[in-house]
Design a protein around this ligand. Structure first.
Ligand SMILES: Cc1cc2nc3c(=O)[nH]c(=O)nc-3n(C[C@H](O)[C@H](O)[C@H](O)COP(=O)(O)OP(=O)(O)OC[C@H]3O[C@@H](n4cnc5c(N)ncnc54)[C@H](O)[C@@H]3O)c2cc1C
Ligand code: FES
Ligand code: FES
Length: 1329
């Protein structure tokens, strides 16, 4: 037995004596090897931020396998004899960038950069396997990587340059749309990229290649809690299983790893079968293929594909279904390690392979060892009796699964499988189905049929009764009708069943069968019923468009502009190269300090309760646990905090008002220990008399509102206008919240300096606010607290105010203990604690003429604020300011209420209430168009504000280019032509429908609170001519620092390379506003110019006297002449004010507006509710862009985030107020496969903005609402489906338009079969807040 782990990392040998079996590779890399380029985004294999490449020698095939894997799930013990390559191992800014790193950076595919090392490593691993991959390979490669910033287009565009399909970016087959000639459409120059030279790649360590010594070792690694065994033959494995029947076999660890991390399971015995050849075998047999249970899904996929190519089609129908299913199974990193045996043995009711295996009646081989040491093998058929209960099967604990036999199908046998999930790629199934039918020879008469379904019961289930009634029947419409009726009876679903979406799942059951019916009928050809052509496409499924198209259109800078003047040029993000090489430091990458402790939070598990007991004694008894902190460690005043009102506590004082509220914190030696100890703190609760309120409707019912709310906005005379209107209409609309899902979770590190100073490194958008509140909780003056923020791995508003949940406990404990303290939230904690975008409900009444001219609107806006106020008043106010979107409504009454609920405090999120408000406006304009029977675009045009008009808060629109944006966008999108195509498509297809929608947007630029509209800067010029710039804004991926550097470069007339920004810090620029409201460039840019102007004035005499000298010479001279080379800058937006109808009726609420128009075309699958965005066109007016690459990146990223908000992203809460969607497994942000098939973005030309730096406009938030164009296009498509059923008129559709909502809105004979249990007669599994 050997207990020394040996593996290689970036070519260096690592030996570890008796490693901890609970250590993941990610922890090992980051904590032990200090390789922090590999990031922690989720710890559950769902984001790809931790992707590294693992290489090992397959001695049987004598080839080296290079696999992209998730380091967060890879046990470090599993790496014996392997070589690991991380982002640091392939290139660096100091030596040479790898082309994979260079292309991502230069194609503008790295914004916040937190996902970038993972992207780089996924691409790198692909290139190590295929020198010239195809676009399809790219699609598969990135299924397991998420990016929340870029919208993916630039990543794909950059990496497309490695593919077969890439034609120099210019040839005939160029992917770009070439309809615009006068403007620039190139954000990068691919011909400048360094070529890929595979001969330069690091070699596989010869030591591993030459000797199989390590592979043959029998390993045992022991920690206090867990023992890891790596037997080398089957007998040893089975003996271990016999001795420890509860032992887990660890292959990919993609089930067990998640259970250990998130369900806190402890498995004392782990067996790694990676050297047991019986489990790794792939054997082709006469009638099928045998796969060892530990063969990875990727290997199975590759082998099946080969056989599909070689064998007759009829023999490979099960293989084809398996390959199709595997395509939608997790991401590449998971498939590279996960095995089929692990999936079968887990027995998940939503397993993707089990329905297939059951329907095919697959044979398994199982083995155990007898007491006399003999290996006993048995065959088990996967049939109706295989799964015995939730996650249990007939295979017993002391047995091991050896392998699975996938049979060849025969000529008259057909198989179809479908999976429906929230998101098409890398998502678990909601319902899946596999149908295997055999016909009597050359007929359509069913001789045998097996059907298996996932997601309909606690196990994968079959439908024997329905199958029986099909025997000897003809496969035709009559049979199909009988089957769907029988199926819905045979497989009912309890109204409270886990997973929710009951009606949808019941509808899917029959709809998926119908899809299978269509596919098989088509395959039967003239043996079966002829299908109406209109129905045929119903059997199809969506595929990632292989011919992605895009165009980015922007204005070129004038040829007279100085070469070194970077304003208006698509300059690469200033930190992009560091980000793609893993060199960029985020808060948790800061090396551990001497004496540092880790803080883990104790969180409430109740939504509303009194805390009756708080006992940390058991936790404190653990060695290495130092202290427990709770509200008793602060006085009342120190404990009371909050962004606007101090209505929150650092630690809950006596009672909790939401699940996830911070009750206390444990300080311990390391993260694992602190988290384990925090779970041991005993909290006892007593329920309160008050009702638990979670939803807006409950809050309205109980009148649970915050007393603070924005003043109603009243303009004109609504009642009178209603009496004069031709039409009155009353409607409602509702939209859900949204999780920020920045890839970097909240993190803070506090370091005591002297006895009365604190230095914080914090992932916050608002360093000044953190400084202020830390001063409050520590009773220190602000001048003794410094908050530093180098960069964020995304913020999106989520790090504007909610940072306090982490930063304040960390600072307090550091101050009290006199030791550095660190905390980075796990993804599930972050999602639970830090709140979301506010869900909204709008109730409106609108009056309009028969032409569709809106004359009056009375609207009530309700937002779900959660348990504390945070910034909710301002969010609601912005929704009220934006509800009319781009439409002039002369008579308006807007009322807003903040619902006080027992949810985490909801907070700022890109758009800050604006998108929610405009969502109501877009409903209103569509209601009006529908009722007057006019085209919605015409009604939009009729109602658009014109330059000079006033808003309902009396702001005059000095310049309002919405019609130009609209006309440009209509032209760009070929709107009229598409309209015709859509009409024809919908006429020809019953189960597929298309829809198109136009959405304009108008977004007001200014903080709602007057004093926040200020910015500051500090510029130091050093004697060598280099410039250190500090300003009040935080870099979170939006390219702010890049733009600020560009501004200084122009203002001082120097190359941008001379300018550096180190961080945002409260000791450089004080009293800053949050980096929010899209304003950071405007505020800080002008402050930067102010500072530059001062410096220029001081330098002017020197420049004048020495006109032919260089910048460096002038600076040297200035220094010698004792001229101050440091200047501060300041800016306050002029002429704005807080609107008040009486005291300040002419106030300019917003400095200006950013406008744009988007048009999206979607296709929906009416049977499943799935959808695909076929195209999106956007035209934005962002003035004169400071940097078109960054601005277009913001537009695309915002669009995709808005798309997620309005379609995919659904927060799932239990009826007890616990957020259940606490990770990427359940919460689906858009992935690579969700980008529009054609995605064109143009910046409106010739529209300089006099009110911001260098005529630019704010861009971060305004485009987000354009994502709703997909929602409205989906609604159009649903309407077309309903029309086929004779249903006209409006129908409710809440956002997000999830597959469940789309399917259920497409009413038809299948949904009509579903009995929807009456609300109130059962406890639903989840609620919608
Ligand atoms: C991000 C992510 C996405 C996922 N997506 C999907 C998806 O789309 N569809 C889907 O179906 N699943 C999905 N899964 C679940 C998981 O990946 C699969 O179930 C996978 O096949 C498990 O294999 P593994 O090797 O990782 O199992 P492990 O975690 O290593 O083991 C799982 C279980 O199987 C047992 N086991 C393994 N091999 C044997 C054997 N030979 N004999 C007896 N017992 C054995 C182990 O003891 C353990 O209990 C996903 C998981 C993650 C983390
Ligand atoms: S951190 Fe590993 S996949 Fe997210
Ligand atoms: S750049 Fe991808 S998550 Fe920020």
């Amino acid at each position: 037995m050997n207990s020394v782990l040996v593996f290689f990392v970036n070519g260096k040998k690592v030996t570890e004596n008796n490693p901890d079996p609970e250590f993941t590779l990610l922890t090992y890399l980051r904590e032990k090897l200090r390789l922090c380029g590999t990031k922690l985004g989720c710890a559950e294999g769902g984001c790809g931020a931790c992707t590294v490449m693992v290489s090992r020698l397959d001695r049987r095939a004598n080839r080296i396998l290079h696999l992209a894997v998730n380091a967060c799930l890879t046990p470090v013990c599993s790496l014996h004899g392997c070589a690991v390559t991380t982002v640091e191992g392939i290139g660096s800014t100091r030596t040479r960038l790898h082309p994979v790193q260079e292309r991502l950076a230069k194609a503008h595919g790295s914004q916040c950069g937190f996902c970038s090392p993972g992207m780089v490593m996924s691409m790198y691993a692909l290139l190590r396997n295929a020198e010239k991959p195809s676009m399809r390979d790219l699609e598969m490669t990135f299924q397991g990587n998420l990016c929340r910033c870029t919208g993916y287009r630039p990543i794909l565009e950059g990496y497309k340059t490695f593919t077969k399909e890439f034609q120099c970016g210019m040839g005939d087959k160029c992917c770009k749309v070439k309809t615009f000639s006068s403007e620039n459409d190139k954000l990068f120059e691919a011909s400048n990229f360094q070529p890929l030279d595979p001969s330069q790649e690091p070699i596989f360590p010869p030591e591993l290649q030459l000797s199989d010594f390590l592979d043959k070792q029998n390993l045992i690694f022991r920690s206090e809690r867990v023992t890891w065994y790596r037997p080398t033959n089957l007998k040893e494995l089975l003996q271990l299983k016999a001795k420890h029947p509860g032992a887990k076999l660890i292959v990919g660890n993609t089930e067990v790893g998640v259970e250990i991390k998130f369900k806190h399971m402890l498995y004392p015995h782990l067996i790694n079968p990676s050297q047991v050849k019986d489990l790794l075998e792939i054997r082709d047999c006469q009638d099928g293929i045998y796969f060892g249970a530990a063969v990875s899904l990727s290997e199975i996929d590759a082998h099946l594909r080969k056989r599909i190519e070689e064998l007759p089609e009829s023999e490979t129908r099960l293989f084809q279904c398996s390959v199709e299913m595997l395509h939608h199974f997790a991401g590449k990193q998971i498939r590279n390690v996960a095995c089929l045996g692990g999936n079968i043995m887990t027995g998940s009711p939503i397993s993707d392979v089990n329905p297939l295996l059951l329907a095919a009646g697959s044979q398994l081989e199982v083995a155990s060892v007898s007491s006399s040491g003999e290996i006993q093998r048995r065959k088990v058929k996967m049939d109706n009796g295989f799964f015995t209960s939730y996650r249990r099967s007939v295979i017993e604990d002391h047995e091991a699964l050896l392998g699975i036999f996938l049979k060849k199908t025969c000529k008259d046998e057909y198989m179809v499988a479908f999976k429906q999930s929230r998101r098409r790629s890398d998502d678990i199934a909601i319902v899946n189905a596999a149908i295997n039918v055999r016909f009597q020879e050359n007929t359509n008469i069913v001789s045998e049929i097996s059907m298996a379904f996932g997601g309909m019961a606690p196990t994968t289930v079959m439908a024997p009764i329905t199958s029986q009634l099909m025997i000897n029947q003809q496969w035709n419409h009559q049979l199909m009708e009988k089957v769907i009726e029988s199926l819905s009876k045979e497989l009912p679903l309890d109204a409270s069943a886990p997973g929710g979406m009951i009606a949808y799942r019941r509808a899917l059951l029959v709809s998926l069968f119908f899809k299978a019916f269509l596919v098989i009928s088509q395959k039967l050809g003239n043996l079966g019923d002829s299908l109406p052509t209109k129905e045929q496409s119903g059997g199809e499924r969506f595929h990632f468009p292989s011919n992605l198209k895009s165009a980015q259109i922007f204005e070129c800078v004038s040829s007279e502009q100085a070469i070194c003047d970077p304003i208006g040029r698509p300059q690469v993000h200033a930190a992009a190269l560091k980000q793609v090489t893993g060199e960029a430091i985020y808060t948790d990458d800061i090396p551990a300090m001497a004496g540092e402790v880790y803080l883990a939070l104790v969180l409430s598990s109740k939504p509303l309760a009194k805390i009756t007991k708080l006992d940390a004694s058991e936790a404190l008894a653990l060695e290495g646990v130092h202290r427990f902190f709770c509200h008793k460690d602060l006085n009342d005043q120190e404990n009371e905090v909050g962004r606007v009102a101090h209505d929150e506590h650092v630690f809950a004082a006596g009672e909790v008002r939401c699940c996830g509220q911070v009750i206390g914190a444990i300080a311990a030696d390391n993260k694992t220990l602190a988290q384990r100890a925090a779970r041991m703190v005993k909290v006892e609760y007593q329920e309160l008399e008050e009702p638990v309120i979670l939803t807006i409707e409950e809050a309205i019912k109980h009148r649970s509102f915050f007393s603070q709310h924005p003043r109603p906005l009243i303009q004109g005379n609504v009642e009178e206008a209603f009496t004069q209107a031709d039409h009155l209409y009353e409607g409602t609309c509702r939209m859900g919240g949204q999780e920020h899902f920045y890839l970097e979770t909240h993190a803070a590190l506090a370091v005591p300096r002297d006895s009365d100073e604190l230095e914080l490194f914090c992932s916050t958008q608002n360093p000044t606010e953190v400084q202020k509140l830390v001063a409050n909780v520590t009773s220190l003056p602000a001048n003794k607290v410094v908050c530093r923020t180098k960069r964020l791995g995304g913020g999106f508003g989520g790090k504007e105010s909610r940072t306090i949940s982490v930063a304040l406990p960390v600072a307090l404990v550091a101050h009290r203990m006199g030791r550095p303290v660190r905390c980075m939230l796990d993804r599930d904690e972050d999602m639970l604690i830090t709140g979301t975008r506010h869900p909204f409900l709008f109730k409106y009444k609108v009056g309009f003429s028969k032409e569709g001219l809106i004359t009056a609107c009375d609207i009530e806006c309700y937002s779900n604020a959660g348990y504390s106020l945070d910034v909710s008043v301002a969010v609601l106010e912005r929704a009220m300011f934006h509800f009319e979107n781009c439409y002039r409504i002369p008579n308006v009454r807007v009322m807003g209420r903040l619902c006080k609920t027992n949810l985490a405090s909801n907070t700022a999120f890109r758009g800050f209430g604006g998108p929610q408000g405009m969502f109501a406006g877009e409903h209103i304009i569509r209601d009006v168009a529908r009722i007057v029977g006019r085209d919605v675009v015409d009604v939009m045009r009729l109602n658009f504000y014109k330059t000079g008009d006033y808003t309902h808060y009396r702001q005059q629109l000095d310049h309002f280019p919405i019609e130009r944006c609209l006309e440009d966008c209509l032209r760009q999108s070929r709107y009229e032509k598409k309209l015709e195509e859509i009409t024809a498509f919908n006429r020809e297809n019953r189960w597929r429908k298309r829809g198109m929608a136009v959405v304009p947007t108008k977004y007001g630029i200014a903080f709602g609170v007057l004093h926040l509209n200020q910015g500051g800067a500090l510029i130091h010029i050093y004697a060598d001519g280099s410039v250190l710039l500090s300003h009040g804004g935080v870099e979170m991926g939006q390219g702010l620092h890049t733009k600020m550097i560009q501004c200084v470069a122009r203002a001082l007339g120097i190359p941008h390379e001379l300018i550096h920004i180190a961080e945002a810090s409260t000791d450089k620029v004080p009293n800053t506003s949050a980096t929010a409201a899209s304003l950071a460039s405007d505020l800080n840019g002008m402050a930067v110019l102010d500072a530059c102007e001062k410096l220029n004035q001081r330098l002017a005499p020197i420049k004048e006297a020495l006109p032919h000298k260089t910048w460096k010479e002038w600076i040297k001279k200035a220094y010698l002449d004792r001229v101050s080379l440091s200047a501060t800058g300041f800016y306050a937006i002029p002429d704005i004010g807080v609107y008040h109808p009486e005291s300040n009726p002419n106030a300019r609420t917003f400095s200006y507006f950013t406008n744009g128009v988007g048009i999206s075309v979607v296709e929906i699958d009416c049977l499943t509710g799935d959808h695909q965005v076929l195209s999106t066109d956007i035209v934005m007016d962002i003035g004169s862009s400071l940097n078109p690459a960054i601005d277009i990146g913001q537009i695309e990223g915002a669009f995709m985030q808005g798309y997620g908000l309005f379609t995919l992203e659904e927060l799932v809460y239990s009826p007890q107020g616990m957020l259940m969607s606490r990770g990427p497994g359940m919460y689906k942000v858009p992935g690579f496969e969700d980008i529009p098939g054609e995605f064109n973005v143009s910046l409106l030309t010739g529209a300089p903005n006099p009110r911001a730096v260098y005529s630019s406009k704010a861009v971060g938030e305004p485009p987000l609402f354009i994502g709703s164009s997909v929602f409205f296009a989906i609604k159009e498509a649903i309407a077309a489906a309903r029309e086929d059923e004779g249903l006209s008129g409006d129908f409710p559709l809440e956002a997000p338009a999830t597959s469940a909502r789309i399917r259920m809105a497409c009413q038809d004979k299948f949904t009509n079969l579903v009995e929807i249990p009456e609300a109130g007669t059962f406890t639903p599994w989840n609620i919608v807040p």
